[in-house]
Structure formats: structure tokens, C-alpha cells
Design a binder for this molecule. Structure first.
Ligand SMILES: *[C@@H]1O[C@H](CO)[C@@H](O)[C@H](O)[C@H]1NC(C)=O
Ligand SMILES: *[C@@H]1O[C@H](CO)[C@@H](O)[C@H](O)[C@H]1NC(C)=O
Length: 397
């Protein structure tokens, strides 16, 4: 493990442990161990707010988003979250999402026409735009009589005529045949337009949707209709979905599918540790003969409600970050996944060849990412992936 990663990991785990400790010291037997030499009672308010601030930084924020009232997140975002994350928020497959951020925006124009505008000012300039999609809900036709089976739906980017010197004032982004009698979500790629808006926010004049028959004539809007933010239920509102990467991917140990690792290295470790019960005794650090238990992975639940973040985080309610605890003394078995360096150090320690050489450290040797689904300051729903948040397994290093 490289030293920097190890350090930042320890720092992160420290911050999480600390932040939780401030609220729920009594509920966490593994945290009230004597080596945690502070308690919630004598922790001054400044330290507490500094810790929470640092924790927000881990989640890429300066302040917790202000959430006004309870809104229902778009079903698309909930489905996406459930596809990429398990119940605990842990990433199921790191290759499912290309970037690490997905945002949904609602139309601000709420026009009578089939025109939409989305305010993307919350997206940082530094974020790399990967894909942008316009999601429109196609409604059931109001008339059933139609000679047509298909229509051509085209999405245009509205342009400033004076700047582009064109007479048309719009640019075709995406066009597709859609069955006239279908109902449900239609998705159009509009990445080009969003890239240009990110470069010049003022150029965002919105999008226009045009429906034509196959012969090219305008189609009756009674026949082919899309839900609007003005007239239809919130769950059918036009939506822009933006996939970006904020570049916060650190050099990590994470590379494997967490579920593969569970099947190979975590289970043997659990069965090795002896007492399988979840009693307080199994959390004790010492075995019957008073020896330190070998290095192992133990639970460390981070509860967002306890931290006071449940207002803006939709999912998960919390997650198990785990922590590593136990002795790394000679002989180090293969289940400790020792580095050669750790093996040698444990031998030097056991032989007491040199004074002051301790046993190696019990630290995470695999880290997984978690996913958060939350409301941002503009009440858009965001799905974000955070690396190195969960100790996947522990080893002596
Ligand atoms: C977009 O939203 C920001 C606040 O998030 C606001 O300051 C800005 O005026 C909005 N832009 C438009 C064009 O409405
Ligand atoms: C706009 O187009 C006209 C002719 O079509 C041309 O004479 C003029 O220079 C153009 N202006 C700009 C700013 O490109």
C-alpha cells in the first residue's frame, strides 16, 4: 500500500469515527474502546463543527445543501441508484458508470410550447461532460384516428441569431422515429448542446422539440404529445440527465468488484476469527487468554441521520465503512495478506533484535466506493460516487 493512500484512508476513517463519536458514543461499543481518548461530553463545539466540515469536504461539499420541503426524487434517478449501488450504498460494479456524477435537472421554462430550458449553473466548470440526455414523457394520443404509425421527433438547440449569423436560429441535436401510439419515456442525446452551454452559460437559450410526419409535415399536437412541467404530474416532468466526472478519483486500491472479494477473502477471514455471534463479546478486542485478537475487519456504521444529514441525502441512510483492528504479531498468516516488509518487521519484532520495532499495522488493504443520492442546493437530484469509503478487507502492512 502506498503511504499517501494509507494516510488519507486513516484520516478519512478517523474523521468518520470522530464525527459519529460526537453524537452516538454510547451506541458504539467498538468506538468506546480506551484508545479513543475523547468523549462527546468534553468535545467543544468548534471541534465538532470542524469535524463535520471536514466530513462534508470528503463528500465534495462546502456546506450541506439547503433543502426546502420534501420532494420526490425522479424515478429514473432512484432506478439508477439501485442499479449501481447495493442497499448499503456500496458500488456493485465500478464499471457500470463511466464518470462519478449523474445529475437530473427539471425544466425551468414550463412553456406552453414544446420548449425547455435547464439551469446548469450548479455544475462546476471543471467537471468533464460525458453524456447529456433529454428525457421526455410521451403521453397517450388524445385522438385515436391516425393514418400514421410513426412520427419523426427532432430535438434542436436554440441559438442566438445575432451571434451565429444564421437565419435558422437552431441546430439539430438528435432525431428519431417514435411510434405514434406509444406512451412512456423517450430519451434524446443532447451532449453537444450541454458542452457549449458549459463553455458559455449565456448561450443557453434552451431546447425545442419538433414532431413531423414521415412526409415532413407538422403533426397534430393532439396526436403526439409530451408531458410538460406545467400541466402534468411531477413524475412525468421533462428532465435533463447529465453524466459528468469531477476528476476526484484518487489513486486507489479499489479495482475489484466488491462481491468477488467477499467470496474470496472476506468470508475465510470471518470464519477464522472464531466467535461468530454479534454479541458485545465478539466486539471485544481480546480473546479468552487475554491475547490481542488477530487483525480483522469489524463493523463501523456511519449513520447519516445521526450526523444530521438525512434531510438532503435520499439514499443510503447510512453505510458500513468497517474498520480494521487487531494484532499483527508473528507469525502472519496468508489471511493477513502481509507485505514482505510486514513479514520481516513482525519477525524482527518477535526476535526483539532491535529495540522499539513494533508489529506491522492492521489497516484496510482494499477499499470500495459508495454512492450517494442527494438533493443539491438547486433541488436537483444528484447521484455521486465516492472512492475509498468502505474497508473491503484488512491486512497487516
Ligand atoms: C440559475 O440558477 C442560479 C442559482 O442556482 C441563479 O443564480 C441564476 O440566475 C439562474 N439562471 C437563470 C438563467 O435562471
Ligand atoms: C453574416 O453573413 C453575411 C452574409 O451572409 C456576411 O456578409 C457577414 O459578414 C456575416 N457576419 C458575421 C459576423 O459573420
Amino acid at each position: 500500500m502506498n503511504r499517501e493512500t494509507s494516510h488519507s484512508t486513516k484520516m478519512l476513517l478517523f474523521v468518520i469515527r470522530f464525527a459519529i463519536f460526537l453524537r452516538v458514543s454510547s451506541a458504539w461499543p467498538s468506538l468506546s474502546h480506551q484508545e479513543d481518548d475523547f468523549t462527546s461530553e468534553d468535545e467543544p463545539e468548534e471541534v465538532r463543527s470542524a469535524a463535520i466540515k471536514r466530513l462534508l469536504e470528503v463528500f465534495g461539499m462546502e456546506d450541506p445543501p439547503a433543502v426546502h420541503g420534501h420532494k420526490q426524487p425522479p424515478q429514473y434517478m432512484l432506478d439508477l441508484y439501485n442499479t449501481v449501488a447495493d442497499v448499503d450504498g456500496v458500488t456493485k460494479d465500478p464499471y457500470l458508470l463511466e464518470g462519478n456524477t449523474v445529475r437530473s435537472f427539471f425544466d425551468k421554462l414550463r412553456s406552453e410550447q414544446v420548449e425547455f430550458r435547464f439551469n446548469l449553473s450548479i455544475v462546476a466548470r471543471t467537471e468533464k461532460v460525458l453524456t447529456a440526455e433529454l428525457h421526455l414523457f410521451k403521453l397517450r394520443p388524445q385522438t385515436s384516428s391516425s393514418r400514421h404509425h410513426f412520427c419523426q421527433v427532432s430535438v434542436y438547440q436554440l441559438l442566438d441569431n445575432r451571434k451565429t449569423n444564421s437565419t435558422q436560429g437552431r441546430k439539430l441535436l438528435s432525431s428519431r422515429l417514435v411510434p405514434v401510439h406509444s406512451t412512456g419515456w423517450e430519451v434524446f442525446t443532447i451532449t453537444q448542446a450541454v458542452r457549449s452551454w458549459m463553455q458559455d452559460e449565456g448561450s443557453n437559450l434552451g431546447l425545442q422539440v419538433v414532431v413531423r410526419s414521415l412526409g415532413g409535415s407538422q403533426v397534430d399536437l393532439k396526436l403526439v404529445r409530451f408531458a410538460s412541467g406545467r400541466h402534468h404530474h411531477q413524475s412525468k416532468q421533462p428532465m435533463l440527465v447529465l453524466f459528468t466526472d469531477d476528476g476526484r478519483r484518487s489513486a486507489t486500491l479499489e479495482s475489484q468488484n466488491p462481491h468477488e472479494v467477499i467470496s474470496t477473502s472476506i468470508l475465510p477471514q470471518i470464519s477464522m476469527s472464531g466467535s461468530p455471534s454479534r454479541s458485545a463479546r465478539s466486539l471485544d478486542h481480546v480473546d479468552e487468554e487475554g491475547r490481542l485478537k488477530p487483525c480483522q475487519r469489524l463493523p463501523l456504521y456511519v449513520d447519516f441521520e445521526e450526523i444530521g444529514w438525512s434531510g438532503w441525502i435520499v439514499s443510503p441512510r447510512g453505510y458500513n465503512a468497517y474498520h480494521c483492528k487487531g494484532s499483527c504479531s508473528f507469525p502472519l498468516g496468508q489471511n493477513m495478506k502481509p507485505t514482505n516488509h510486514a513479514t520481516v518487521q513482525s519477525i524482527i519484532n518477535a526476535l526483539k533484535l532491535i529495540r522499539g520495532i513494533q508489529t506491522p499495522c492492521c489497516v484496510p488493504d482494499k477499499l470500495f466506493s459508495i454512492n450517494l443520492l442527494y438533493f443539491d442546493d438547486d433541488e436537483n437530484v444528484v447521484l455521486k460516487q465516492y472512492n475509498d469509503m468502505v474497508a473491503g478487507s484488512c491486512g497487516c502492512h
